[in-house]
Design a protein around this ligand. Sequence first.
Ligand code: ZN
Length: 156
Amino acid sequence: MFSPRSNPSPKKEEKVKKENALTAENVITSSGRYKDRADSLELTEQIRQNIDALVNKVNDLLNELGIERADVTSGFRTQSSNAATKNAAKKSNHMNGDAVDIMDDKDQTLAAKITKDLLIKHDLFMESPKHTKGARTNWVHLQTTKTRSGNRIFIP
Ligand SMILES: [Zn+2]
């Protein structure tokens, strides 16, 4: 008979593992909106590592808020896609895999839950919700890159 130690059941381990709201794939393809970005030559090993670090931090934050699903409206951007994005910074953190936009509802419920203390705890920075309102959808912009001002909730 095998001992549980030498023959661990992968099924059991999966059950224990918490479901993550966000995956690197979600960030790379903007939740499947732009599947071709997974094959982009601009998606370097460094950017993949940046995305993994971002995903880990954002998942920890979302887990703490009890959020199980995140819809990425904009994750990794290629140079051409960033250039085509309205009001995007020329050297956007999205291009380095250091930022992700997550869909929020019309009342910006998610943004309201993300406090400065939570951002400090998970070492993330959030664009001021006043600046992440769209004509049809609102979003939450989270990034791992420290802002120039050092503010956790920043105005771009
Ligand atoms: Zn963004």
